[in-house]
Design a protein around this ligand. Structure first.
Ligand code: TXA
Ligand code: MG
Length: 349
């Protein structure tokens, strides 16, 4: 790929105008949202959207989320807006909710990863909304990380992964939520959560007054098969039966460069097991990173998790030991990311 001169933009009106112009011209512009930074391209322009896959090194069957700044833009993407969708939009947009809906023929299949459905979100961030409005087109935007890496929650994270590969980055604040939006499939009889996030099944059920399903793959932990060729890992995933409905959920994801192991069990036992494992690794001359969150503050864990993985990589950590959080509320979404980061390498204590 040809190396680009990535333009660093601020958040002034003039910067936003410049970013919007680049988007309209078919370029790639990263920008902040309340969840994570997105890598934007004109979602209605197949050529522009195609560039996103190349810049990220992303598999082309992994569909992108189309970001809009007002509900009218939905009419250009789908014809099937139901009462349930209206109710969810009233309650949660702008915000960390992505709805999967039937796609109109004019939505490029490059944007949808070849699917006849399209994922749509209205982010709750003034800079993102201004950039999308000013561009005048729906903006396809996956998280602005190199494929497989932890999602970026600061402009610097974006540059660390994509400098020279994208046309511009709008440098805003660090992202407030810190993990990606909840993806909910609205195309079936029963709405189904494909990717957990800050908004939970209970949040949606309260608004809809009916049950919301979880993609069964979210409750499955792939069976680990140790690679016989290596001494102590890395573990491999046997994924023959692991078939998530959201294509993005099947790829190795959010991985730090360091080896990562999750310890699961009673908090005290976990602390002890991590301390012991740390001592052993340190004796072998390894640099060890430890992640232990306050179980009663999963929002804080969500806010910090990806940034912490990246900080540990920068510090040259060899192995990360992380304590599992309780899998309820936002904790369920954090653990969904943490399991993938560790390649499902879990030690029960
Ligand atoms: O918070 C977010 O959602 C961020 C910010 C930038 O808005 N974006 C984000 O995009 O996380 P990305 O591309 O990293 O993740 C999109 C997820 C993937 O798991 C993808 O497979 C799924 O949404 N997805 C997109 N379109 C879909 C569709 N039509 N059907 C099922 N899953 C879809
Ligand atoms: Mg992503």
């Amino acid at each position: 790929m040809e190396r680009l001169e990535t333009i660093i933009l601020g958040t002034t009106e003039e910067d936003i105008r410049k970013g919007a112009e680049i988007l309209r011209d078919g370029g790639l512009v990263a920008f902040p949202t309340e969840t994570v930074y997105g890598l934007g391209a004109n979602g209605m322009d197949a050529e522009a959207a195609g560039k996103v896959y190349a810049a990220k090194g992303r598999p082309s069957d992994n569909p992108m989320i189309v970001h809009i700044a007002d509900r009218k833009a939905l009419e250009g993407l789908t014809s099937g807006v139901t009462a349930d969708m209206e109710a969810l939009m009233d309650a949660f947009w702008p915000g960390p909710m992505t709805m999967v809906v039937e796609a109109l023929p004019q939505v490029p299949r490059v944007t949808t990863g070849g699917l006849d459905t399209v994922a749509v979100r209205m982010p709750d961030h003034p800079v993102a909304l201004a950039l999308i409005s000013e561009s005048g087109v729906p903006i396809a935007a996956p998280s602005a990380n190199a494929s497989g890496r932890p999602s970026p929650t600061s402009g610097q994270h974006v540059l660390d992964d994509l400098n020279g590969r994208i046309h511009a980055v709008v440098m805003g604040d660090n992202c407030q939520i810190g993990i990606e939006s909840t993806v909910i499939d609205m195309t079936g009889e029963t709405p189904m959560i494909l990717r957990p996030g800050k908004l939970t099944a209970e949040d949606f059920e309260k608004v809809l007054g009916k049950p919301v399903a979880l993609d069964p793959a979210l409750l499955q932990k792939p069976v680990l098969v140790e690679d016989p060729a290596s001494q102590n890992g890395p573990a491999k995933i046997a994924d023959a039966d692991f078939k998530p409905k959201s294509p993005g959920q099947k790829y190795t994801h959010y991985a730090p460069k360091a080896e990562m192991i999750i310890f699961k069990g009673e908090p005290e036992a976990v602390r002890l097991a991590i301390a012991e494992a740390k001592l052993e690794r340190v004796q072998f001359g390894e640099k060890v990173g430890v992640i232990i969150y306050d179980d009663s503050k999963p929002e804080e864990a969500a806010h910090n998790f990806f940034a912490e993985l990246r900080a540990m990589d920068k510090a040259g950590v060899d192995v990360i030991f992380a304590a599992a959080l309780k899998e309820d509320g936002v904790g369920f979404a954090v653990m969904n990311r943490m399991f993938k980061s560790a390649g499902y390498h879990i030690i029960e204590v």
